[in-house]
Write a protein that binds this ligand. Structure first.
Ligand code: AOS
Ligand code: ZN
Ligand code: ZN
Length: 388
């Protein structure tokens, strides 16, 4: 087994992007429970994200959602974030709230609706220019509920045209990242339902168009690590939206429902050199905290990713390859499981302390008084919610 010291340099470069919406109130389709201290402004969301970074050293950037995080002065917002110790990361577009998108956005049959959706993405690119963000992430709610409702082929062709128009405005240092999801809100067909469709669409655009893999967006039983391997192999894994799920797009804390799956994903990331910053893979969370505290929820999440990354890095690759090539089925499996069952928590705690971070960031947050302070300060105004 590789010693922890050998993997520490790679762990030191790990960066996980937090979603601004994780700090706002969210809920199921039945109820959104408000909580004290919930941010009312994008600045307050960024301040909370910065707290996660201060305690973990793992979360140097925050993803925004337009229009949920719309402000007048994005350059000023980027300066505010920098003062807090974080950067503004991915800009997420939103074409799933306006009435006009009832039957689609970039795929719509009406050119005026497509124009509005394209213009929204061009606005997002302007935001990115001001914030210095690299990635425009597009998740489309487009789809239909009934067989025959729409011409799927026509929608795919219009999607390609709309994306090409957006991509033409993507800067030399920027990327278009297309996210897929197998169902919901549409229940018959979705226009970007799977990695193959996302890959086909971005491959047609060019090098700076890549795929986002949201771990909650697959049918039960899907071998997600295989998709990770394939997209890395093709040079098209742009980013992760990490979360965990028991049923559908649950958006629960990453690594909570199935830590072993997160480990297997990280094994393929390591194998495909996805941890190398040069790979360009962005590791983001896409989660909602409905009943648990939000800031600790985010701290727990980044720690879960760090723990499974450490275990994946500890995998004895040379022995694994030897066992695989010798046809040693159970030997190979055991080598993988040995890495999975390694408890890295004590080593990570000591390593954090050696870098001036709290050994236990969860406890450090509880002791910090931060939650009490924001509960007292953030009175009045309207709390941010997931879909406001
Ligand atoms: C929706 O299911 C997707 O996961 C998107 O990433 C979405 O933009 C995000 O959940 C915030 O709404
Ligand atoms: Zn997502
Ligand atoms: Zn989702």
């Amino acid at each position: 087994m590789t010693a922890f010291d050998d993997i520490a340099p790679q762990l030191a470069t790990q960066a996980i992007e937090l979603p601004s919406w994780a700090f706002g109130n969210s809920g199921t389709r039945f109820k959104v429970f408000p909580t004290p201290g919930t941010p009312r402004t994008v600045e307050e969301k960024i301040a909370d994200a910065a707290m996660v970074h201060r305690l973990t050293g793992l979360a140097p950037s925050v993803a925004l959602h337009i229009p949920w995080d719309r402000v007048d002065d994005y350059a000023g917002l980027a300066r505010y974030a920098a003062d807090q110790g974080v950067a503004i990361g991915t800009i997420n577009s939103n074409t799933f709230q306006d009435d006009v998108y009832k039957f689609g956005s970039l795929t719509h049959t009406d050119p005026a609706v497509r124009r509005k959706a394209i213009e929204h993405h061009l606005e997002c690119l302007e935001v990115m220019d001001a914030t210095g963000s690299r990635d425009l992430k597009i998740w489309l709610a487009d789809g239909t509920n009934y067989a025959g409702q729409q011409d799927m082929r026509g929608r795919q062709d219009r999607l390609a045209e709309s994306l090409a128009e957006i991509y033409a405005q993507v800067g030399a240092e920027q990327r278009l990242v297309l996210e897929y999801k197998f169902f919901e809100p549409a229940f018959y067909h979705t226009d970007v339902p799977d990695w193959g469709t996302a890959y086909a669409q971005v491959a047609a655009l060019g090098e700076r168009a890549v795929v986002c893999l949201d771990t909650g967006h697959h049918a039960p039983g899907t071998n997600i690590e295989f998709i990770v391997m394939q997209l890395l192999r093709l040079g098209k894994l742009g980013s992760f939206d990490f979360n965990s799920r028991n049923y559908a797009d649950d958006d629960l804390i990453v690594g909570a429902a199935d830590p072993f799956q997160l480990f297997r994903i990280m094994v393929e990331v390591v194998r495909g050199w996805g941890l190398d910053p040069a790979s360009g893979v962005a590791f983001m969370l896409d989660q909602c905290h409905n009943v648990e505290e939000k800031i600790p929820g985010q701290i727990r999440s980044v720690l879960n990713v760090q723990e499974m990354t450490a275990r994946a890095l500890l995998l004895d690759r040379a022995s694994l390859t030897a066992a695989q090539e010798a046809g040693d089925v159970l030997g190979a499996h055991q080598i993988l499981m040995d890495a999975f069952y390694t408890d890295v928590r004590p080593a990570l705690a000591a390593w954090r302390e050696s870098r001036g971070l709290p050994a236990n960031p969860m406890a450090a947050f509880a002791d910090s008084g931060y939650q009490q302070r924001i509960n007292a300060e953030r009175v009045g105004g309207t709390q941010a919610s997931w879909a406001s």
